[in-house]
Design a protein around this ligand. Sequence first.
Ligand code: ATP
Ligand code: MG
Length: 588
Amino acid sequence: MSSDKAPIASATNFLRGIIDRDLAQGVYASRRWGGSPGDAAHQAQGQPDPAKIRTRFPPEPNGYLHIGHAKSICLNFGLARDYNGVCHLRFDDTNPEKEEQEYVDSISEMVSWLGFNWQGFGDNNLYYASNYFDFMYRAAEALIESGFAYVDQQTADEMRTNRGTLTEPGKNSPWRDRSVEENLKLFREMRDGKHADGSMVLRAKIDMASPNINLRDPAIYRIKRAHHHNTGDKWCIYPMYTYAHPLEDALEQITHSICTLEFEDQRPFYDWVLEKLAAAGLLAHPLPKQYEFARLNLTYVVLSKRRLIELVEQKHVSGWDDPRLPTLAGARRRGYTPEGFRLFAERIGVSKADSWIEYTILEDCMREVLNESAPRRIAVLDPIKLVIDNYPENQAEDCHAPNHPQHVELGKRVVPLSRELWIEREDFMEDPSKGYFRLFPGNQVRLRYGYVVLCKSCEKDAAGNVTVVHCDYLPDTKSGTPGADAVKVKGNIHWVSAPHAAAAEVRLYDRLFKEAHPGAGDRNYLDDLNPDSVKVITAQLEMSLKDAKPAEAFQFERHGYFVADRKDSVAGKPVFNRTVTLRDAWQK
Ligand code: ATP
Ligand code: MG
């Protein structure tokens, strides 16, 4: 895909086609909503559901959200918004031990930050799957009672062997034909802590010869003596994810349950279990339907939880919100914006085919948004002195710089000019290369918003590094005064007045990985870390930047977009992070 600035057009999203069709056919028109999640009886006493569709974002609270999750959030909440529906935020916390409050808080915060909410038609649709344990248990007994579940006492090894392979059918467990009474008794004993962890499981009774291995009597409950953050020690049996998930959707009256492609093979079980529970009267039609889309794969980053944890724990980055990490907390700190993420999600679209998205597409979205919104400021990142020899000492005058070239209404601000300025080291060359139009002895350039100057000479330190450049200014050339452009120059450089400047720490972030596909082939992804992913410098900034508030974003002219770090900035002493350069330096 090219990085051309194409107009903001909605990319393809096959799910819209499905929802359009369902709404046109009235598939969900008869649904009722009892004001909260619940079984068929609870929903039946409710009103016709005012939400046209219900989607959900169901993170497991066992880690921080990353850019891949942003795609799913924009998709699910975006569809709900566009179709006058509701998107639930559901913490999928059915797995004990792993979940933590810290993650719950951070996830809610990031969904809000992206610009979405889970309110709708008077309800606060924030749910915890663990609140459904009672129903899940009752549903399991209902499956047993209708002959669709049994307690299996095979060892894990026996179960694995008897599951069969892709080419061979599985074998029935010797426990498969127990009576309903015996199954109920054993399952209740499991619940009551009468059996050891791992000694038995409850399995759905479907078909050990199914070509879909997921239908070969999948486990639905296991014994695990583990403390749960919400239910404490009430349970020593926990539902398996593939069983819990469809039930959660059904209790919440989800219409379109959107998940990533790896769950495609689970869809028949999803439908099976909901159909069986509807037949038993626990759930009502229409039932939720699962749809799969391709997860986001992004070049130059890793989005696997395991690897993100490794990067943090092995201290390759400073923490979960390190501005180089693809976590949303990191991206936010880096200066990436919610608008940029929503534009990105829109632009990459949703499809069923796995593919890689170029990181530059994300960066371009951030640039586009920031170009519109970020006020312009001047910063000299690699400062050397420029002395205007013919400018009086102890004098200063006002120059006027527009706050946003495309938004005249944002006005201008004063930037003082004096005899000593800071300029970029790269804006001077003692022996200019061909095509170099900036400062070199004998050449004239414009000090942006100020005067044209004639470069005369430079001073160097013992090591031969230029420390000071000398010039004279041409008094009749001040920008904005009549006849200012009578002197034509090819170069135009930025500067800040040295006595009026503020020195500040600036962190020049770049990509965390130097390879588009970290760890591809036989490489260890850690070997692909970019050794220059951050460079910390002391820059000279125009004075007004001293008052930048944490998270405030600017364009530093000629350099890129920068944000005052939300963590390390203190009043009067901001630290800046480079969000993204003006142009892509990585395009080959
Ligand atoms: P885990 O391996 O722990 O399950 P996960 O990345 O799937 O990790 P979840 O908390 O289960 O994390 O994810 C919540 C939702 O985000 C899921 O519905 C999943 O489909 C979606 N999601 C996760 N990663 C991506 C991705 N790279 N692109 C799009 N959606 C994603
Ligand atoms: Mg998951």
